[in-house]
Write a protein that binds this ligand. Structure first.
Ligand code: SF4
Length: 349
């Protein structure tokens, strides 16, 4: 079974709103109307590439808010592929205020298996200031219904929205986790041309997060959701599309999630080295707690496949650790899980 998504972006279709940050044409790089022929072509292409059993995904807009006949035409185009097992199901993303019993029954009957809700924030003030047109209660009610009807629930949140704060984002994360989603996507806000945020930014009324601020916050959010066993399937906007051309300001990096994960490993390494140093202090009277007893080398063990994240982009973590007086090398330990780290002081018996 393939875990690939065959993604089609239904840009701005069905949106009654124009959210403060959104320019879907820029985000997806697509301003055309997805047709049932596009569904056919996309699935055929995936099959030729060996992705039998992938999930068809309608992302980008407000799938359940589009013209009903149009929505049904896309779902019907997918029907034969579901029937013969070429695709395993359909994933959609939509707005929380366009979920009700009728639409859920329709989606179920056409083989939709997963619904992602663009929650963005659970703070009603932030939602209103960013022209979302729905409330946190809408997110709560839609999530309960999606689960009741047996769909996989995914949620999406943003950080750094207009009038948002780190505290509000952390509170949003806690409220979203309580809804029991299987997946989460986290998007730091990026100012794109042609949006309300762009105007506010030009007037000096909106100051976006810096890349460092967003990495700090999102690395905490990743660890939080992972600790709640919620699969973090995306952090940061996709590169490609036309984001680079439409970018004005904010926390955008084509490998944003990797930056966050490297930050997680750097913080954990420093914490563990500090603990080692404290142990040394206990044995060496006269040395202050929190300072390394001897500026020596350390080996940082991480799970296989995580070495590059521990090392950091262009060895940034190793360089940072070196600046703090720790000469470190990284090795794998098969017994460790993702984000676990074990530190050994070199030469220690
Ligand atoms: S964020 Fe979603 S609901 Fe808002 S304008 Fe964009 S596509 Fe529409």
């Amino acid at each position: 079974m393939s875990h690939t998504n065959i993604a089609l972006f239904v840009s701005h279709m069905g949106c009654q709103m124009k959210c403060s940050f959104c320019n879907q044409h820029i985000i997806t790089g697509n301003s055309g109307l997805v047709t049932k022929e596009d569904v056919n072509k996309a699935v055929q292409k995936a099959l030729k590439s060996g992705h039998k059993g992938a999930q068809l995904a309608f992302f980008g807009g407000s799938f359940t808010a589009v013209d009903r006949d149009y929505m049904l035409s896309l779902l019907e185009a997918a029907g034969p592929f579901i029937k013969n097992g070429d695709i395993s199901g359909i994933r959609i993303s939509t707005r929380p205020d366009f979920i009700d019993a009728d639409i859920l029954k329709i989606l179920k009957s056409y083989g939709v298996t997963a619904i992602e809700l663009g929650a963005q924030s659970m703070d009603d003030g932030v939602l209103a200031q960013n022209d979302r047109g729905h409330t946190s209660d809408d997110v709560l009610n839609a999530s309960l219904m999606i689960k009741q009807y047996g769909f996989e629930l995914g949620v999406q949140m943003m950080t750094g929205l207009y009038t948002d704060t780190d505290e509000k984002s952390l509170s949003t994360a806690q409220k979203l986790a309580k809804l029991g989603p299987q997946t989460i996507r986290i998007y730091p806000t990026v100012v794109l041309k042609g949006t309300k945020l762009h105007e506010l930014y030009l007037k000096g009324e909106y100051v976006p997060q810096t890349l460092d601020q967003a990495v700090n916050l999102c690395s905490r959010l990743i660890l939080f959701f992972e600790s709640m066993e919620i699969n973090v399937i995306r952090v940061g906007l996709h590169s490609g599309g036309a984001v680079e051309e439409g970018f004005v300001a904010g926390a955008y990096h084509p490998a944003f999630k990797e930056l966050c994960e490297s930050k997680i490993y750097l913080d954990k390494a420093l914490q563990k080295i500090d603990q080692e140093a404290d142990l040394e202090c206990d044995k060496n009277s006269g040395l202050k707690s929190g300072e390394p007893a001897v500026k020596a080398g350390y080996t940082l063990f991480v799970s296989p496949g995580e070495i590059s994240k521990m090392t950091g982009h262009k060895k940034s973590n190793i360089i940072e650790l070196d600046k703090k007086g720790f000469s470190c090398k990284v090795k794998q330990d098969n017994a460790l899980k993702k984000y676990d780290i074990r530190v050994e002081k070199d030469g220690k018996k």
